[in-house]
Every structure is written in structure tokens, then in C-alpha cells.
Design a protein around this ligand. Sequence first.
Ligand SMILES: [Zn+2]
Length: 176
Amino acid sequence: MAARFLLDANFPESLHAEICAVVGLGLDVVEMQAITEQAASQRRRDPQFRDAVLVAYEYRCAMCGYDGRLGTEAVALDAAHVRWWAFDGPDSVDNALCLCSFHHKLLDRGVVGLGDDYSVSVSARFVARGPAAQLLVYDILGRPLREPQPGQALPALPHVRWHRSQVFSGPARVLA
Ligand SMILES: [Zn+2]
């Protein structure tokens, strides 16, 4: 119970497995405890959240454009919270980005973030050592976010600024 509470209260879901591995907890045990926790919780997750975000961004990563499918199903595409749900971030399109699983992880780890102009920023503390990391991280620095379809909101600036001050690992890398 306590483990699940600590995970949900402090970390986004994309980091749970990693944290459990570090502290030696089985995530399956933690997940079983979650059923009871969620039943007791006042705050409910919106089951439509992921679909709403993926449709808003037309099933493409807003940072790199990845749009992979297996058959008709989008794979490795997530609805990423900008302001973490655990820190009162709502399950709404204006607090979310459709990201590939890789950029979702980097957003939650503070490697990438957003400027007020919705360009992608990268932590100066991140070091890419080979061409793949350079391509996936350095090459998106300064790029404008791929916007959602007309009528759908970009992440609201208060959420963008919350991520920058609370999660992003500053300072930001300077564009060469
Ligand atoms: Zn991506």
C-alpha cells in the first residue's frame, strides 16, 4: 500500500518500473495494491484521456513525428502529462502531449522540456555519445512542437512552466 501511494503521489507512471527496480520492489505486487488504493481515492483518472490526446495529435509524437502502428494499432505512443497527475495535473488535452515512449520518458526525466514559444528544449546536462542519441535528442532542440489538430489546445503555459521549474534538468542547452 505504502509503496503504491509513494509512487503515485510522487512520480509519473513512466518511471514506476525503474523506481521499483532500484528499490527492489516487484511492480506486479505494487499494481495489485493499486486496485484498493484507487477504490479509496477521491480523484479519478479519465479513461478517455489517452485516446483524446492521441487523436488531438493525430497519432504522432509531438517532438519527433514518430507515428508507428502495428496493424491498425498505434504502438509506443503515449499521452504524456506535462504537469504530473500526482501534482494536480489534470487528465486533459491542455495538460498533455502525444509523445513516443522514448520522448515521454525523456520529458518525465527532465531531459527535454518546452519553452514558452513551444519549442523543444534539451538539458545541457544531457550528453549524447553516439549518433542515435544525437538524432533523437540534439536534433529536436529548438524545433517547434508539432501542434495538435485545429480546435485542440496546446499545453497551457502554467503547466509548461511547472514542468520547466519542477522537472526539467536545467540549464537548457544552447542552440548551436
Ligand atoms: Zn518522439
